[in-house]
Design a protein around this ligand. Structure first.
Ligand SMILES: *Cc1c(COP(=O)(O)O)cnc(C)c1O
Length: 384
């Protein structure tokens, strides 16, 4: 089992709670409320009901016979793309918005990159009757116009973040600024396993449903055995930690795939950003560098602290792939299996096809964190 980081929120030397004085009580209140809710059977059964009857859980496992044969491996997909709103984000958002309601909050703020977390937050807020404001980098507002319109349809207000690189990092800053000013009435629904304690622990706990299901499903499909490799893409790292959580105690190799332009674990050094200590892409002066990726959802210079910890103890590995490889991977899964993946997951397809020669005969479980509908317009421009 992944460990409970306790009140300090530390995963080894990573994690913690590096926030302004004004936010310390809010983080503490949130930790107490979350632990209390998670221990309460009525909260858990309400969440389980929503996950089952609204989000469509459990998600299925699909074996990729065509691509597996082509690559010389056995390839299984955990189908988070089939969830309501099209990605794993709904798992955490339903938990968080339900918690916000339990805490008596009236309003949700959220940040979003590609728009998937914003759409999921707006969806949960609409369902549970809370107001919702989503901060989104101005560049991403352009790249993901469809998701912006979706959030508006769902009744959310979308605010473009105009500072810095005008992408995810800046949207997080603005959402935190809003939260500092409105903490009495507002719940900050963070989209990944990052930020100050308790977010990395709480979001991982909500996403561990992926790993719990997949572990049991694999035992079933593989006649009591575990996969040799469990892999997922890593932006902040929530879908990856969700599926890893089911397999840390097995012998499976855990592989988190990062974009080459945002390889926080691969190329970063420890630093503090957005309330946490973690690997971070910085220049020689310790300034946070901008991430660059074809996929808005992975355009983040940091990574969740628990991934930094798993890397530091050698339990998980974090290779990276280039945008060119991602474009290949995107088309490969579509053409061989009839499944158009989110660009984020195309990173994993790219890594698997590059690495297959070293995994011959092995069973690889890949978390398909989302569907590619949101990326089709962008790919149409690239591929013509
Ligand atoms: C948001 C998103 C990601 C990246 O976030 P993680 O916290 O790293 O999981 C990956 N895949 C999809 C489909 C997403 O929407």
């Amino acid at each position: 089992m992944l460990q409970d980081p306790g009140v300090s929120g530390r995963f080894g030397e990573f994690g913690g709670r590096f926030v302004p004085e004004t936010l310390v009580p809010a983080c503490q209140e949130l930790e107490v409320a979350f632990r209390d809710a998670w221990a309460d059977p009525s909260f858990r059964s309400e969440l389980d009901n929503l996950l089952r009857e609204y989000a469509g859980r459990p998600s299925i496992i699909t074996e990729c016979h065509n691509l597996g044969k082509q690559l010389g491996i056995r390839l299984l997909l955990k189908r988070e793309d089939l969830n309501h709103t099209g990605s794993h984000k709904i798992n955490s958002v339903l938990g968080q918005v339900l918690l916000a309601k339990r805490m008596g909050k009236k309003r949700i703020v959220a940040e979003t990159g590609a728009g998937q977390h914003g759409v999921a937050a707006a969806t949960a807020a609409a369902l549970l009757g809370l107001q919702c404001k989503v901060y989104m980098g101005e560049v991403d507002v352009q790249r993901q116009a469809l998701n912006v319109f979706r959030m508006k349809l769902l009744g959310a207000e979308v605010v473009p973040a105009m500072s810095g690189s005008r992408t995810l990092k800046d949207a997080v800053n603005e959402a935190m600024r809003d939260w500092v000013a409105t903490v009495e009435t507002t719940y900050y629904a963070l989209g990944s396993v990052m930020g100050p304690h308790p977010y990395p622990f709480m979001v991982r706990t909500f996403q561990s449903v992926i790993g719990d299901e997949a572990f049991a499903q694999c035992r079933d499909v593989l006649d009591g055995k575990d996969p040799d490799v469990v892999t997922a893409c890593v932006g902040g790292g929530s879908n990856a930690i969700g599926i890893f959580s089911g397999f840390v105690d097995t012998k499976a190799r855990l592989v988190g795939v990062e974009p080459a332009g945002g390889a926080a674990v691969g190329r970063g050094v420890p630093g503090v950003v957005h309330g946490m200590r973690s690997y971070l892409m910085q220049d020689e002066h310790g300034q946070v560098q901008e991430a660059h990726s074809i996929s808005a959802g992975l355009d983040y210079p940091g990574v969740g602290p628990e991934h930094s910890y798993l890397a530091s103890i050698g339990r998980a590995e974090y290779p990276s792939v280039t945008d060119a490889e991602v474009i290949e991977g995107f088309q490969l899964l579509a053409k061989t299996e009839g499944i158009i993946p989110a660009l984020e997951c195309a990173h994993v397809v790219a890594w698997i096809s590059r690495e297959a020669k070293n995994m011959q005969g092995q069973t690889v479980l890949m978390n398909l964190s989302g569907r590619g509908d949101k990326d089709v317009a962008q790919m149409m421009e690239i591929l013509g």
